[in-house]
Design a binder for this molecule. Structure first.
Ligand code: ADP
Ligand code: MG
Length: 619
């Protein structure tokens, strides 16, 4: 699609590079960013102050939808029709959510005939995809106002641990909002890019991205090399964040005011006021040593030291997650080259200090922690737009991908370390006359026999029109897209019969298993080669045995009894050799049979042709 943008200020026409925007679709807040004069910037509200759009959606009785700050205000006045934290529901089923339903203020439709959740607002039902699309639409409007030009292409970030369903749901939300989502990028990768980490492709480094937001905590360990960002491990807590810091201060204030926590649920407006003051206090304590405020006519106060005592166990929890992530990545804390801080809650000085102490070095925190992910998304978008010519961010396929062929052999279609996205294919045929179905079993690994590799999935190409063995042309294509999803397509070219399936190659496999599979293939190389040789010889022998039997049957009248006897004996000898495990012996038996039967085959052919010609004359 061609895109032309006109600068309405000076009337210039820019038909060159279209702007691709970067979006951080967050649980608490979302942002949109783009490259302005070679610099990534987040788009602020109309007052030019705030870049954060609260990820909150309000549905009015008359059907109007508002997103952002205006919707956030409705959380208090109209909680039943105000949706927040929708990111937690993306790509989830009812079963996934039963555990958190109680924690959300709105209603998740309890209908187990539907596999994916819906949310009820007024009398209507919305999917998380539709709700996320509302947030994306408002971000799209925000940036179009700023640029005074339509935008249609975007990069959207997701947590590194998001699975296929969740990534696909995010993509769909983009589509619904009128955005062509060019790439789904991991949030930690975007955060690293915002700091320029990974842009120097000659440098290899391992980094940690510590992301403490409003309601979630994520730690990711990334290995960056040659422009490839590989997630070594992720860890975190989906219910730990700045909101918990607020709650700790709420209890502290309640003690100070001499009121019990149960009053907060009875007197909602008092509860809300205390909560508001708690967040205010928390933010103030990121800059000052103490906070003082007034609730009604009573004074509440808290010092930074008191606040730090309150949140120490929570901060310790995040460090425990860091330890788990390092353990999974098989790395010691001092092996991490850089630590990137992400999320509004990393502004808390105790958090910053604890993380720096834990890793033993200062952290990267010079950029606004709310904005880093969106800024990195804009940089990734700019790279995709081709504006940073020498850079191409790629992933690699860590293990070879292929299919099972006759005799259980692995036929590699995409070799390991191929850059992703990639596409490769090969043609196959049938081994039996009239074969109507072909099973396509997809494997990952480096061994020659599929039984030693990891099976990713299989499907059947059915409806092949009956043809003699070897005649159908079956084209098998492997396509790995930029999100790391493998699509396998099989097509019989003569008839056009087609089948395809999606597979996620690395799903459910750890780094450790991957390394073991590679080591295995090296230590078994010799025996694998022998096994492959034996299987190939057996395949050829089986083929000859079938052809030989057919030959005897079809040329019964042409061959002498002596010739038939000798041919049968040689076929039997080959069959016997096949039962052995010596590939040379099979090959010798094949050669003896071929040498003896070649002149017979010639003669048989001549006589058949002659017979056919005579037949023609008669008619
Ligand atoms: P998410 O990634 O979940 O959308 P954010 O990264 O936007 O969340 O973080 C929001 C959290 O950051 C909120 O809990 C908010 O109170 C907290 N926060 C924002 N500014 C500050 C600050 N100056 N000091 C402490 N916490 C802050
Ligand atoms: Mg975030």
């Amino acid at each position: 699609m061609a895109l032309i943008s006109i600068n309405l200020k000076d009337g210039t026409l820019d038909s060159g590079s279209a702007i691709i925007i970067g979006i951080d679709l967050g649980t608490t807040n979302s942002l949109v960013a783009y490259m302005k004069n070679g610099q990534a910037v987040c788009v602020k509200d109309e007052g030019g102050k705030n870049a954060l759009v609260p990820s909150v959606i309000h549905f009015a009785e008359n059907g109007t939808v508002v997103v952002g700050d205006a919707a956030k205000a409705k959380l208090i006045t109209d909680p039943g029709n105000t949706i927040y934290s929708v990111k937690r529901l993306m790509g989830k089923s009812y079963a996934d959510l039963s555990a958190i339903q109680g924690l959300l203020g709105y209603k998740i439709l309890d209908d187990d005939t539907e596999s994916l959740v819906k949310i009820r607002v007024n009398a209507r039902y919305y999917t998380p995809i539709q709700l996320s699309a509302e947030i994306l639409k408002s971000l799209k409007i925000r940036i179009e106002k700023e640029l005074r030009a339509p935008v249609s292409q975007a990069v959207i970030t997701v947590p590194a641990y998001f699975n296929d369903n969740q990534r696909q749901a995010t993509r769909d939300a983009g589509k619904l909002a009128g955005l062509d989502v060019l790439r789904i990028v991991n949030e930690p990768t975007a955060a690293a890019l915002a700091y320029g980490i990974g842009l120097d492709t000659t440098k290899a480094e391992v980094i940690a991205v510590y992301d403490l937001g409003g309601g979630t905590f994520d730690i990711s360990i990334l290995q960056i090399q040659d422009g490839i960002f590989e997630v070594l491990s992720t860890n975190g807590d989906t219910f730990l964040g700045g909101d918990d810091f607020d709650s700790a201060i709420v209890s502290f204030f309640c003690d100070q005011l001499n009121i019990g926590a149960e009053i907060l649920t009875e007197d909602k407006s008092l509860g809300q006021e205390i909560r508001l003051h708690a967040e205010m206090a928390k933010k103030a304590l990121s800059r000052s040593e103490k906070f003082e405020g007034k609730i009604g006519n009573q004074v509440v106060r808290i010092t930074r030291a008191e606040f730090e005592t309150l949140i120490t166990p929570l901060v310790q929890k995040t460090l425990d997650c860091c330890a788990n992530a390092l353990r999974d990545a098989k790395l010691a804390a001092d092996k991490i080259d850089k630590i990137v801080m992400v999320g509004g809650s990393t502004r808390v000085p105790l958090v910053n200090k604890s993380v720096a102490d834990y890793f033993g070095k200062p952290v990267f925190d010079s950029l606004d922690p709310d904005e880093v992910v969106a800024l990195g998304a804009a940089i990734q978008a700019d790279i995709l737009a081709g504006n940073q010519k020498d850079l191409l961010l790629l992933d690699i396929a860590p293990l070879s991908l292929g299919i099972e062929t006759v005799g259980g052999l692995m036929d590699v279609i995409i070799p390991r370390n191929s850059k992703v996205p990639t596409k490769a294919g090969r043609q196959y045929t049938t081994s039996v006359d009239g074969q109507k179905n072909l099973k396509i079993a997809v494997y990952q690994g480096e061994r020659d026999l599929v039984e030693n590799n990891r099976k990713l999935g299989e499907f059947i190409l059915s409806g092949i029109p009956p043809m003699p063995a070897g005649l159908p042309k079956i084209d098998i294509q492997f396509i790995i897209n930029a999100d790391g999803i493998l699509n396998v397509r099989a097509r019989e070219l003569r008839s056009g019969v087609e089948q395809e399936t999606d597979i996620r190659p690395t799903f459910g496999i750890t780094e450790e298993e991957m390394a073991a599979m590679l080591l295995d293939s090296i230590s078994h190389a010799q025996e694998d080669m022998q096994a492959r040789g034996l299987l190939e010889a057996r395949n050829e022998a089986n083929h000859l045995l079938q052809a030989g039997a057919k030959f005897l049957e079809q040329n019964d009248g042409i061959l002498s009894p002596e010739e038939k006897k000798k041919t049968k004996a040689l076929l039997l000898a080959l069959e016997d050799a096949c039962g052995l495990t010596d590939k040379d012996q099979i090959q010798r038996a094949i050669e003896t049979l071929n040498t003896y039967t070649a002149p017979l085959a010639h003669r048989a052919m001549d006589e058949t042709i002659q017979a056919a010609m005579q037949g023609k004359k008669v008619s």
